[in-house]
Design a protein around this ligand. Sequence first.
Ligand code: GA4
Length: 327
Amino acid sequence: MVVLSKPGLDQIPLIKNHKPTHFSGIPTIDLSKPDSGELLVEACEEFGFFKVINHGIPMEFMDKLEAEAVKFFSLPQPEKEKAGPANPFGYGNKRIGLNGDMGWIEYLLLQTNAKSVSQTSWAISRENPEIFRSAATDYISAVKKLATEVLEMLAEGLKIQPRNIFSELLKDEESDSVFRINHYPPCPDIQSFRCNLTGFGEHTDPQIISVLRSNNTSGFQISLKDGSWVSVPSDQSSFFVIVGDSMQVLTNGRFKSVRHRVLANSKKSRVSMIYFGAPGLREKIAPLPSLMEEGEESLYREFKWCEYKVSSYKSKLADNRLRLFEK
Ligand code: GA4
């Protein structure tokens, strides 16, 4: 590993420079078209990733929350630290998770329930917590609805019943979904290196489905089936959907949880907001019998979401977390 000398940078892994090819093949699904289910299924099988347009969420929701986030991330460091550490929820800086993963990033991590959103609002702004609280509440409920609609279209595309077989897991009052706002500050120092700096290291998401929205700064990459990395062109008016490990299990490996990462940018700051849709802690995850062909063997043993979560939080970011649950 190449080590950078500037304090703060020295513990962050570098990524060997491969030409960041802008990939034009990301499936784009128009949600206003009624027959998108099959296209969604194809995208989940081939990439574990797709972009949605005509999603019905007003830009105003994104802009309001992003403005609040930018305001918070512009505060002096000691002010921001008051909302931390992210253990696991709150403000985090460079450290990701609890097992030594580092990135050129600062973030806010919160649970999606009203109590957690309210607590975070107080932690990040004592003067006016209500502005953040209402922007975050509106945004989270809109993306949750989007996630459940996509899951229902997926069930339709897979021709399985009931239509809410996946979406009910997120709709559950006790759903363990989380929400993250990431800020990747520009890092001018990296211009002189022939490497990229890690913003968020490669990983898969443990949950069912994640919905990501970012400003127009590039850096997000996905790994294709052949293991190559491609850059996803940013698009601030669309949402990107990421298949998580739990969805891979529910579909007995038919859908693949996509490995993804973020590279730091030398000039522009990147702000992303991600909703991670998860079931309730006691909910059981196992391949759905309705999706199994005759004679098809289950690739994974059944587990409760809390079991997978505990196991995930013990892992390093880049680990293959599902391996421990394979049969
Ligand atoms: C990846 C997806 C979400 O961002 C997250 C992350 C969590 C964290 O940042 O605390 C984890 C990571 C994520 C997977 C493995 C563990 C837990 C960091 C880490 C090393 C909030 C999540 O749920 O899992």
